[in-house]
Design a protein around this ligand. Structure first.
Ligand code: UDP
Length: 306
């Protein structure tokens, strides 16, 4: 997002507490006169003068957000209040990075924005799922009560270069494991599905939503409707890396959603957006990036990490 905004000529202030991000991901922007980087945690108020806010803070990979679940929900609740307060004070437009996780383990397939979800309030994923649900509520209430110009994007599984190789997510795990010649860890039977959107497609969708002048059109799903089982993903990664590795079954984590696929009718209609990069091509670009990095530069987030 930063790269895109800087290249578009915007004056960008990037706030990051670096819990999951790497400074190396934005190091190339540091010399640009329209880019500024501040180490800051959004649970703490901050006073800046801005006209657009992309509120994307919160670890999104289960391994990261479950590391400190209380901090995760604080990030979504207090972080949203702080950012919405800034939007209100400055009269800025503000976009929330929400998530397909607000649909929980969906009973409707594919998921349209009108679906209210099937979410466990007391499970291991709740700190993230419920945090983002509260964030959406806060955005709506600031919109209704204070006329803040809000945007809500529901982001489905996303992958691409510069993702954290030890974030524990399925794409990063499988590619890293294949490159390192380790077994591919399949949780459960691998029959659960996800729909994977390439990073650049997501950035384009978010950018269009922020700059859409149709007014508030409600939350918008941004994701790639191409749906794959986890086993199919493993086979594709093995094929593209040419790795000679086995599949190894691991227990399915609790509350792991069975199926997930975005209905993107709304994004197509209002944003004229749809993803352009098919999974095979996006995976190849991600694999090339994973091959170019030094894994020792990144550290696993938790001791029991696979
Ligand atoms: N998964 C897997 N092996 C891994 C990591 C994840 O089989 O090494 C599965 C996980 O159980 C889930 C799917 O892949 O069903 C996507 O997991 P991820 O953590 O990437 O995202 P999320 O569950 O939040 O969609």
């Amino acid at each position: 997002m930063c790269e895109r905004l800087v290249n578009e000529g915007h004056d960008v202030i990037c706030l990051d507490n670096f819990f999951t991000a790497q400074k190396s991901n934005v190091a190339h922007l540091l010399g640009r006169p329209n880019f500024e980087l501040i180490r800051h945690d959004v649970t703490v108020p901050i006073f800046l003068e801005v006209d657009q806010i992309y509120h994307m803070a919160c670890p999104a990979a289960p391994g990261h957000y479950q590391f400190n679940p209380i901090k995760t929900i604080k990030t979504s609740v207090m972080g949203s209040i702080n950012m919405l307060g800034m939007a209100k004070r400055c009269g800025a437009r503000i976009l929330l990075a929400s998530t397909s996780e607000i649909y929980g383990d969906p009973l409707i397939h594919p998921q349209p924005e009108s679906y209210w979800g099937n979410v466990n309030t007391i499970g291991l994923r709740s700190c993230y799922d419920e945090g983002k649900r509260v964030a959406e509520t806060l955005f709506m209430d600031y919109h209704r009560m204070n006329k803040v110009d809000v945007r809500i994007v529901r982001i489905f599984n996303t992958y691409g270069p510069r993702m954290h190789p030890y974030d524990g997510r399925v794409v990063s795990n499988f590619i890293r494991q294949a490159i390192q010649g380790q077994p591919i860890t399949i949780f459960g039977e691998g029959e659960q599905t996800r729909s994977f959107c390439y990073r650049d497609d997501l950035v384009e969708g978010i950018f269009r939503l922020m700059n859409n002048e149709d007014g508030f059109i409600g939350p918008v799903n941004i994701g790639n409707p191409g749906e794959f089982t986890i086993r199919e993903l493993a086979e594709l990664v093995i094929q593209l890396t040419g790795a000679n590795v086995k599949l190894e079954k691991r227990p399915l984590p609790p509350d792991d959603p069975t199926r997930r696929q975005p209905d993107i009718t709304l994004a197509k209609k209002h944003l004229e957006w749809e993803p352009k990069i098919p999974l095979q091509q996006g995976l190849q670009q991600t694999i090339d990036w994973f091959r170019s990095i030094d894994f020792d530069h990144y550290r696993p987030p938790t001791p029991n990490f696979v």
